[in-house]
Design a protein around this ligand. Structure first.
Ligand code: NAD
Length: 293
């Protein structure tokens, strides 16, 4: 049993911290949102008054924050100045590769093991403890992080050096955005052609059109009862977060000289959706924009 500081208890961090508690770890929780901390305490975590307080005496620090600027801020101001020798650092947020490498370099310079370990699997996977972790960092840091990550996920893959977890993650999410747009377009075409959504789902989910966006996250109500479409697109994974990841993918593509025309188009469409006031909706709600609503 390890003493784990968990910072960032939102849609994903909340259930992930709860699984560490279930895994017999002692979790000390902090979030800027008092409600988020309350939720974690109800699941068995101990409350800290600040990030700095949470990490004092921790053997492991796990962060699950929105973006690179939050991760840089928390590591530079709260985590690195307050942790003791031997503390293992695991950042599970999805952030830009540069910030991930910057923070990992600061940690290495101060003598700490650190991995970037972004996740795939959504809130459902976070709750069930079946997330996929893509992990960047040295072999020895990966070996230390693995048993902790196993309490929150099922597939733990070492994808390369520091930043390689983030690089795989943005490739994955660019694919997800493009496939969700594909599913949404097909359902809107089906609607105009007078098809029954359930019948369209029954065929495509067992045919070559099959994808995670369709079978786990179907963007129309009905066929997949747990998908956000059944609760008026409450997230889940917000459109604002998806836009963030698409912009990260475009930045990385530009820097690497990769041609990603569908990724660029997806970024444009999600930008329009978010700018028309839908940033807090689940990303699958983009089907409404394609429907002309
Ligand atoms: P969220 O907005 O629900 O949670 C983020 C939490 O961080 C919030 O509770 C916020 O109050 C807290 N926070 C922000 N700044 C802080 C600070 N300085 N100190 C302490 N707490 C702070 O977001 P989420 O959906 O849980 O996503 C978190 C990360 O996981 C993001 O990087 C996202 O891209 C990634 N992700 C999300 C999903 C998903 O389905 N929601 C899936 C995979 C990856």
């Amino acid at each position: 049993m390890a003493k784990i500081a968990f910072i960032g208890l939102g849609n994903m961090g909340g259930p992930m911290a709860a699984n560490l508690v279930k895994g017999q770890h002692q979790v000390v929780a902090f979030d800027l949102s008092a409600d988020a901390v309350k939720g974690a305490v109800e699941k068995g975590a101990k409350q800290a008054a600040s990030a700095a307080e949470a990490v004092k005496g921790a053997e492991v620090v796990v962060t699950m924050l929105p973006a690179g600027k939050h991760v840089r801020g928390v590591y530079e101001n709260d985590v690195l100045p307050n942790i003791g020798k031997g503390t293992l650092l695991i950042d599970c947020s999805t952030i830009d590769v540069d910030s991930a490498r910057h923070v990992a370099a600061l940690a290495a310079k101060a003598g700490f093991d650190m991995v970037d370990a972004p996740v795939s699997g959504g809130v459902g996977g976070a709750t069930a403890g079946t997330l996929t972790f893509m992990v960047g960092g040295p072999d020895s840091s990966f070996a230390k992080a693995r048993p902790i990550l196993e309490k929150m996920g099922k597939n733990i893959v070492h994808t390369g050096a520091s930043g390689a977890g983030q690089a795989v993650k943005i490739c994955n999410n660019m694919m997800l955005a493009i496939s969700m747009l594909g599913v949404a377009e097909a359902f809107m075409l089906g609607k105009r052609l007078g098809l029954d959504f359930q019948k369209l789902f029954d065929v495509t989910s067992t045919s070559s059109g099959q994808s995670w966006a369709l079978t786990t996250y179907c963007p129309v109500p009905g066929p997949v009862p747990t998908s956000p479409a059944n609760r008026d697109y409450a997230p889940g994974f917000t459109a604002a977060m998806m836009l963030k990841d698409l912009m990260l993918a475009q930045q990385a593509a530009n820097a690497a000289g990769a041609s990603t025309p569908l990724g660029a188009e997806a970024a444009q469409l999600f930008n329009m959706f978010v700018n028309s006031g839908n940033g807090a909706k689940d990303f699958s709600g983009i089907i409404k924009m394609l429907d002309g609503q």
